[in-house]
Design a protein around this ligand. Structure first.
Ligand code: DGJ
Length: 736
């Protein structure tokens, strides 16, 4: 039993193999949060709550003269709003009478086997070998009869709890939902560090760690997408917790739109975390009987540091998230035309690139931007998804056929959510983009955003994409999205529903993906938004891999891939070897190092293969072969970050280890070379301490214990930006 309701104590206890989570219905019907952490058995933890009469902490009216039960300091599972709790709230509702108050009390609950469903939005599913149980608790405001149904699915073996909230208007008047969090988590103590992943275009997911201070700290996005700037994943950990030590809580939102994650340390040194849709520019009209479903939040707890926390997310996101059969298939090595040709190509140039690539171990050629309309630069043609026959004399079909004749597969770039003003689509439907009447529309990369809150627009997009997918032999699609949303207003919605447009855009996007991606399970889809501007679990539900960043510089990628690895499995992270000097930084890094870094992900190429020397092409072919050989270790193994590139600048090292600990791939890139420098040693992780291992390229054999405790010397011969990659293999029957 993962979920236990104790009738006499009125406690709900959610148990996974390693964690426990407890709530209790207080005598006044409020739902209090008692515990989340390392597994304890089903005991009543309410002794932790110490009631006190505290000044300036009002108490609910029904308490009479009892001045000790204030929601101003009690840990709540889902906060009330507008009565006694002044902390950041779980919900904000404008009731029919204009009041802004929600006082939810427990009405009933339901426990069942399996996972709850969310309609129209991605969420995790139970795998064949998972034990999953669900608890739903109804909290109702007695006056407005607005009801928040808190849903929890407990993945017992995975040590994951997913949550969502359904807000139902069970009253007689329309209400406006102004804010709703998918998760509120109260801690009765403080002393946590808040870890989040920030950045910008071409430098995504840089780790930031700060102690939680008095007041409110928050990250989020109001750009209409999960964004390059902040990722919808955050960690609260014990101050000082590291990769292998300390209690760490993870929070991940399965959503691609505006989000917020806030942490508050209150006057009594307690901590509250909230995560959900960003309330700015959000409101949702709920007529009597209407229901609003919040996106799913995925929580995990590790009692032994950040590495284990990452492994919990990696396992769940590899096995319980993506609906594509490609999630568990070996991915092809691709060569992408973007940095090779940009907008300047014709059939001949593309075929030459593909022909040379075939000798480099490449499986699939991807034609990036520039193939449609009159798109010779980024100023036009988005929305006109017909091939430019000036460039492709025999059309897409002709090109695809020719590529297939070379023994390669064919992939294509699309950006379906956008429209160029200079396009036939815009000329015939100027009201199909998001815009505010009488105001000019802001441009981003000369393009406008289609209004995906409209079903007619979504259906048009579905038809144009499916027209390509069904008529050309295509094995791979790169789905891009290259600007953030502005002027968020829809010509198809009434005035009081304009606050719904950001969310309805995302629902429209999921609707399109349901009817294009999910209806073409054999096509491998790669997500992209100017690189990693929409690297979130909801995109991974549809697309098993994401182009991690538009920055292909191998040294920058060390940080980007490091940050990405905290929540997202390596099997989701697309990484390519590009040309040097690098197009983003002008830096030159040895080809071997570019290969080692690209193998820390789904490997491919982003260069003009016709410009490589024979030696370079041979080296690329060996890289493809090496990658394919080690694919199961990289994609399915456990990931260990051995250094933190933000704190330690001399070198960056990491390790992939198979689940059975028989094989590992160790990689290291030297990032800051000094003359006559100190000898460094690096301790490996994840091996069997009692087993013997051989290391490819090094003489002798080593025990796992030795490698993990004494470590390996970092070779002194390495120059700036050079690298090592060791394949580590348990010797058969290698137990000591
Ligand atoms: C942004 C992507 O991240 C690039 O890889 C490339 O596809 C361009 N868009 C094309 O416009």
């Amino acid at each position: 039993m993962s979920i236990i309701y104790n009738e006499s104590k009125k406690t709900y206890t959610l148990l996974t193999a390693e964690t426990a989570y407890q709530m209790k219905v207080s005598e006044y019907g409020y739902l209090l949060h008692l515990y989340y952490g390392r597994r304890v058995e089903d005991e009543d933890l309410s002794y932790l709550i110490q009631l006190q009469d505290r000044g300036f902490s009002p108490c609910p009216n029904e308490l009479g003269n009892d001045r000790t039960f204030s929601l101003d300091f009690l840990p709540q599972e889902f906060s009330t709003d507008g009565n006694c709790d002044y902390r950041t709230g779980s919900i904000e509702v404008e009731n029919g009478d204009g009041s802004r108050i929600f006082v939810g009390k427990v009405l009933k609950h339901k426990i069942y086997d399996g996972k709850y469903q969310i309609h129209g939005m991605p969420s995790l599913h139970a795998g064949e070998n998972d034990t999953v149980q669900t608890l739903e608790i109804w909290l109702q405001d007695e006056v407005s009869r607005v009801t928040a149904v808190l849903c929890y699915s407990v993945f017992e073996e995975k040590n994951i709890i997913t949550r969502t909230v359904r807000v139902e208007n069970s009253g007689d008047h329309p209400v406006k939902l102004k804010g709703i969090m998918s998760v509120t988590l109260d801690f009765m103590d403080s002393g946590y560090d808040f870890i989040h992943f920030d950045g910008r275009h071409m430098m995504e997911r840089e780790l930031t760690r700060q102690p939680v201070a008095y007041g409110i700290q928050s990250i989020g996005s109001i750009r209409g997408s999960s964004s390059h700037q902040h990722n919808p994943f955050a960690i609260l950990c014990e101050s000082g917790a590291g990769e292998d030590w300390g209690g760490c809580y993870g929070f991940s939102l399965v959503y691609s739109g505006n989000f917020i994650c806030s942490v508050e340390k209150d006057q009594f040194d307690q901590t509250r975390l909230n995560m959900g849709i960003h309330p700015k520019h959000f409101s949702f009209l709920l007529k009597p009987g209407d229901v609003f479903e919040a996106p799913e939040a995925v929580m995990a707890y590790s009692d032994r540091g950040l590495t284990h926390l990452s492994h919990l997310y990696h396992d769940a996101y590899r096995e319980n998230l993506c609906r594509s059969p490609w999630a568990s298939r070996i991915r092809p090595v691709v060569i992408n035309s973007w940095e090779a040709a940009y907008f300047d190509f014709d059939d001949e140039k593309l075929l030459n690139i593909a022909r040379e690539a075939a000798d480099m171990g490449v499986d699939l050629f991807v034609l990036d931007d520039g193939w449609f309309g009159k798109r010779d630069d980024d100023c036009s043609s988005l929305g006109d998804w017909q091939e430019d026959t000036q460039k492709l004399k025999h059309g897409l079909k002709g090109l695809s056929d020719e590529i297939h004749r070379m023994g390669l597969q064919f992939g294509l770039w699309i950006e379906p959510e956008m429209v160029s003003e200079d396009s036939d689509l815009y000329r015939s439907h100027p009201d199909w983009c998001l815009h505010v009447p009488k105001r000019p529309v802001s441009r981003g990369r000369y393009q406008l955003v289609l209004d995906l809150s409209r079903k007619d627009v979504c259906d048009h997009i579905i038809q144009s994409i499916n027209n390509i997918l069904d008529n050309v032999q295509i094995e791979y699609i790169k789905w891009d999205m290259n600007r953030n949303i502005t002027e968020t207003w829809s010509a198809a919605s009434e005035k009081e529903r304009q606050g719904e447009i950001y969310h309805r855009y995302i629902l429209g996007l999921y609707y399109i993906m349901d009817h294009t991606i999910l209806t073409h399970p054999d096509i491998l889809f790669c997500g992209c938004s100017g690189g990693g501007g929409r690297y979130d679990p909801a995109m991974l539900y549809y697309q098993p891999q994401i182009w991690c960043s538009d920055d292909t510089d191998a040294v920058c990628r060390l940080k980007i891939q490091y940050g990405t690895s905290f929540a997202y499995p390596i099997s989701t992270l697309e990484s390519h070897v590009s040309v040097c000097p690098n197009h983003q930084t002008m830096r030159t890094v040895p080809l071997a190092t570019r290969g080692v870094v690209a193998m820390d992900g789904i490997f491919g190429f982003e260069l003009d293969s016709t410009k490589l020397s024979k030696e370079e092409k041979d080296a690329c072919r060996i890289q493809s072969e090496t990658y394919k050989k080690y694919y199961p270790i990289i994609a399915d193994g456990d990931y260990y970050r051995l250094t933190d590139p933000f704190q330690f600048t001399e070198y960056t090292a990491w390790q992939h280890v198979t689940k059975d600990r028989t094989e590992s791939l160790f990689s290291l890139v030297l990032t800051e070379k000094e003359p006559n420098d100190a000898q460094r040693y690096i301790r490996l992780k994840g091996l069997d301490p009692k087993a013997w291992y051989e290391i490819g390229g090094l003489p002798g054999r080593f025990s796992g214990s030795l490698l993990m405790n004494a470590g390996l010397p970092v070779p002194g011969s390495l120059g700036q930006y050079s690298s090592v990659q060791y394949h580590i293999q348990m010797i058969s029957g290698g137990k000591r």
